[in-house]
Design a binder for this molecule. Sequence first.
Ligand SMILES: NC(=O)c1ccc[n+]([C@@H]2O[C@H](COP(=O)([O-])OP(=O)(O)OC[C@H]3O[C@@H](n4cnc5c(N)ncnc54)[C@H](O)[C@@H]3O)[C@@H](O)[C@H]2O)c1
Length: 148
Amino acid sequence: MVSCSPAPLAALVAAGLPVWYAKELVAADQPKDGPKDKIIMGAIGLGSPQSRGRAIMGEAMAQAGVEYVAVCDVDKAHREKAIDDVKSAQKKNNKPESEVKAYEDFRELLDRKDIQAVTIATPITGTPWSPSTPCARARTSTARSRSP
Ligand SMILES: NC(=O)c1ccc[n+]([C@@H]2O[C@H](COP(=O)([O-])OP(=O)(O)OC[C@H]3O[C@@H](n4cnc5c(N)ncnc54)[C@H](O)[C@@H]3O)[C@@H](O)[C@H]2O)c1
């Protein structure tokens, strides 16, 4: 829904424009919701309520235009809690409810073409086989392959 602020609308009508045309002009000047104003996101590595993954996802979800559509964790309980978090944040931030899919394997989440960005908060142990390293590498190569 587009709302017209009364001041410019009244000024345009006072200037002699028909109300319907003045409304269209004001509406054309409003920011639009649409793909350009939206970022479709996923989260990898959710953790417990005190974890970094849940904190950064919570901060991101509070931003206008951010929509989480996928969460991934190797722990089923963490995946389920993260879906609850997304649903609660949608209500709290007055965002439309959207479908949120849970993944156990981060590669399946990264395969989705609609996801534009991910937050990753898996453990770092400093070893080449630690989960963050393949997650980050996979994400970077996916992003490169999708760039024009
Ligand atoms: N906790 C903090 O305050 C904090 C602050 C700054 C940075 N960090 C960093 O954030 C990262 C996460 O820390 P945390 O304390 O939230 O850890 P955590 O153990 O609470 O959460 C990590 C989650 O990642 C999941 N996970 C592990 N391997 C996975 C994989 N391959 N795919 C999907 N999920 C996987 C685990 O099941 C767990 O739910 C670490 O790298 C840490 O150094 C944490």
